[in-house]
Design a protein around this ligand. Structure first.
Ligand code: ZN
Ligand code: ZN
Length: 215
């Protein structure tokens, strides 16, 4: 658990890294992905925040390690609204998509949650308090993968889950993945919050990391 930047926290890892943004407004707290355990999310009490103030959870893609705890979170705090790209939405909202979510591979059962909004197209901006969260479609790892860009005090913070791939037969698309990586590189982010490999900074470190997956 650590503060990466003012109001931006790495809550830790449970399946994937889970990040939290405090909007400092009545919009409350925003999660980037949910991980696989509600215990991780409850730990935010340790940093002096209230998990009952989580109003929003932006889902980067449909894999179980990123969405496993969503239904537990919803049961714990009915206010939470979920967001994801329309191309990954069915697997998040419906039963029977174990191939997509990889729930079977992990040996767990996924309980679907309803989305407040399905992102369409290349860019959708969620405005919470002072913060604009740019939700950018970055297909490749999954069809509806998104990355989220947030600018605070002139610093560009990029939440890029699963930029390492991997390519899953029948689901991933390598050409789209490479295109998405090049687009992310062009954003020139100062800080990268990644899904399984931690936090990369400054900008040169972000560039180096993304570049290492470009062929
Ligand atoms: Zn994934
Ligand atoms: Zn992952």
């Amino acid at each position: 658990m650590k503060e990466i930047f003012d109001h931006v926290y790495h809550l830790g890892d449970s399946g994937c890294s889970v990040y939290l943004v405090n909007s400092n407004s009545e919009e409350g707290l925003i999660l980037i992905d949910c991980g696989m355990s509600l215990n991780l999310i409850k730990k935010i009490i340790k940093i002096g925040l209230n998990p009952m103030e989580i109003n929003h959870c932006i889902i980067t893609h449909f894999h179980i390690d990123h969405i496993g705890a969503c239904s537990d979170l919803k049961n714990f705090n009915k206010k939470v609204k979920f967001y994801a790209h329309e191309l990954d939405a069915d697997a998040i909202e419906e039963r029977g998509h174990d191939k997509e979510t990889a729930a079977k591979w992990y040996g767990v059962k996924y309980i679907p949650v309803k989305l407040e909004k399905r992102f369409k197209g290349v860019l959708e901006i969620l405005k919470f308090g002072e913060y604009d969260l740019q939700c950018i479609h970055t297909p490749g790892h999954t069809p509806g993968s998104i990355s989220i860009l947030l600018e605070i005090q002139g610093k560009k913070i990029l939440f890029g889950q699963d930029l390492h791939g991997p390519m899953i037969p029948g689901i991933s698309n390598f050409d789209n993945y490479q295109k998405s990586l090049r687009m992310l590189l062009s954003l020139k982010a100062d800080i990268l919050c990644e899904g399984h490999f931690g936090i990369f900074q400054p900008a040169s470190g972000v560039q180096r990391y993304i570049n290492s997956y470009i062929e």
